[in-house]
Write a protein that binds this ligand. Structure first.
Ligand code: BG6
Length: 517
């Protein structure tokens, strides 16, 4: 019989095996990063690509062309890469390997708005492919740029037919569009140039192992699915809490706020994964079909309902994790009268046969007490109060998907407290990824880059999904933006948001699983 370690080894080896057998990844690859000198490239892409390389998961000849402005010289860009790996993957920084990795990367100056610069890029890709001895290279265009540049870049790629002369895929970051109208326009534009199968709209939450586990847990076990509905589930809570403020992203945040940054994408996706129907087969199109049905079934809110069901907030100064921090309005590049929302709590409902009447409470914000993402499913109370008057205090069964920082799934049950009488004793059955797999989980960006290289669209959003998500968010955004929030700032940094967030759920006789009160 295999012991646990051997079983783990087998799983991990198999996992690795599957990385190296897929075509695109074996074939030479040219990876073009628009915005290669920017924040996303530094924080996420370069460290992820380096780690794939370090772990032999980039099992192909590859070149990275980083493009953008200001133009960075070779030495400058080499320093940029080193800094990025040191800051974000320091535990695997090995001089020799970093040196070899850097040899595959080149920076070219490119103004997204100058057509001719794309001709130069095209020639660069061609000459790189010549050096690699390939006539029609696989090229991934990664748009790591502020959303306002996306259309221009796509237009210019199209002008030089750069989507067709190479085998190409394009990766688009979130937020995809600014509202429904602009998302439709952007989708139209991108589909003028690329086919839907070439388009990878990224939401890094979907790359998280613990997020993928939601579907696996639901459809890989037979005992929960019969209970997964309005008859047995009392309500659902989703919390995406961050202790950080907006850091150096003032400009981005002033334009987007928490609703575009987190609710329109990450939270919508989590709602879909928890509530969707089983797909007919586990395949990109089928899964995305089911998710879109959820987005379409979410109850659209009137202005009045937004007023009742949604709470907006903005942080004032306070103390987070033992440190004093400034208010949102005092952050760099933020208007000192800003009415931008940094917190949102809300009550949603998936209005279909399975879920009608089951509230889904969500909350997210910056400068909350801790970094934590979780989904909590609370089951209904037992139908009979059998255990004398103590029964009223019995804890509801709760299933918790803890996505981060703990990567854990647990179930709360009631046991009998030993002794005379019938007193409940609440216990937890838990599975924790980190305790079970000491290799750690594959980080989201690495997983999504691999999927894109393999051509697997399952974890990327489709056009109809993006638009359906915006449809749900528009009425909320309208209120958030049309009514200037005279009462902002309205929550202390380091608290769980404005008191109305507690009120929202307490009005229904419930409370947040984690709360200050
Ligand atoms: C990003 C947002 O999509 O997600 C950031 O733009 C946020 O504002 C980040 O901090 C949170 O991601 P994670 O993986 O740390 O929960």
């Amino acid at each position: 019989m295999l012991n646990k370690k051997e079983i783990k080894g087998e799983i991990i080896d198999k996992d690795k095996f599957s990385f190296t057998t897929d075509n695109f990844i074996k074939e030479p690859l040219i990876f073009v990063i628009f915005g290669g000198g920017g924040d996303l490239a530094k924080r996420k892409l370069l460290p992820a690509l380096y780690k794939l390389y370090y772990n032999d998961r980039l099992d192909c000849e590859f070149k990275i062309i980083s493009a953008g402005l200001p133009e960075l010289g070779t030495e400058q860009y080499n320093n940029f890469i080193e800094e990025s790996i040191k800051n974000y993957n320091s535990n695997i920084f090995e001089k020799n390997i970093v040196k070899k990795f850097k040899k595959n990367i080149e920076f070219i100056g490119l103004d997204f708005e100058i057509e001719d610069d794309f001709n130069t890029l095209k020639d660069k890709i061609k000459s790189t492919a010549d050096l690699m001895n390939i006539s029609k290279p696989n090229v991934i265009y990664y748009l790591a740029v502020p959303p306002q540049f996306s259309e221009t870049i796509i237009n210019n790629l199209g002008k030089y037919n750069m989507q067709k002369i190479f085998n190409t895929r394009i990766v688009m970051e979130k937020p995809f569009g600014y509202d429904l109208k602009s998302a439709i326009k952007l989708n139209d534009k991108i589909q003028e140039v690329f086919n839907e199968e070439q388009i990878y709209r990224i939401d890094h939450y979907l790359g998280k192992e613990t997020v993928q586990n939601i579907l696996f847990f639901r459809f890989g076990n037979s005992i929960f699915e019969p209970l997964w509905n309005r008859s047995h589930i009392d309500h659902i809570q989703i919390t995406v809490a961050e202790s950080i403020g907006i850091g150096e992203r003032g400009e981005f945040y002033e334009k987007n706020g928490v609703i575009r940054d987190i609710v329109q994408n990450h939270i919508m996706q989590l709602i879909a994964l928890v509530t969707m129907e089983p797909p007919v087969i586990f395949d990109a199109e089928e899964i995305r079909d089911e998710k879109v049905k959820v987005f379409k079934s979410l109850k659209k809110m009137s202005d009045e309902e937004v007023g009742k069901n949604i709470v907006f907030g903005q942080y004032e100064e306070g103390e987070v994790e033992g440190k004093k921090v400034i208010s949102y309005r005092n952050e760099n590049k933020v208007d000192d009268k800003s009415t931008v929302t940094t917190f949102m709590a809300g009550k949603f409902e998936v209005n279909n046969w399975r879920w009608s009447g089951v509230p889904i409470y969500v909350r997210t914000g910056k400068r909350l007490p801790e970094k934590l993402t979780e989904i909590y499913i609370e089951f209904k109370q037992p139908p009979l109060k059998l255990f004398e008057n103590k029964c009223d205090e019995i804890k509801s069964n709760g299933l918790l998907f803890s996505l981060q920082p703990e990567e854990k799934t647990s179930l709360e049950l009631n046991m009998k407290l030993p002794g005379i009488g019938n007193l409940p004793y609440s216990v937890e059955m838990a599975f924790n990824y980190n305790e079970e797999f000491d290799t750690g989980l594959l980080p989201a960006y690495e997983r999504l880059l691999i999927d894109c290289m393999k051509g697997d669209l399952t974890l990327f959003a489709r056009r109809d999904g993006i638009e359906a998500m915006w449809e749900n968010i528009e009425p909320i955004l309208e209120i958030a933006e049309e009514i200037p929030h005279k009462y902002f700032p309205n929550y202390k940094a380091g608290s769980w948001g404005p008191s109305e967030s507690q009120q929202l759920i307490q009005n229904d006789g419930r409370k947040w699983r984690l709360d200050s009160e």
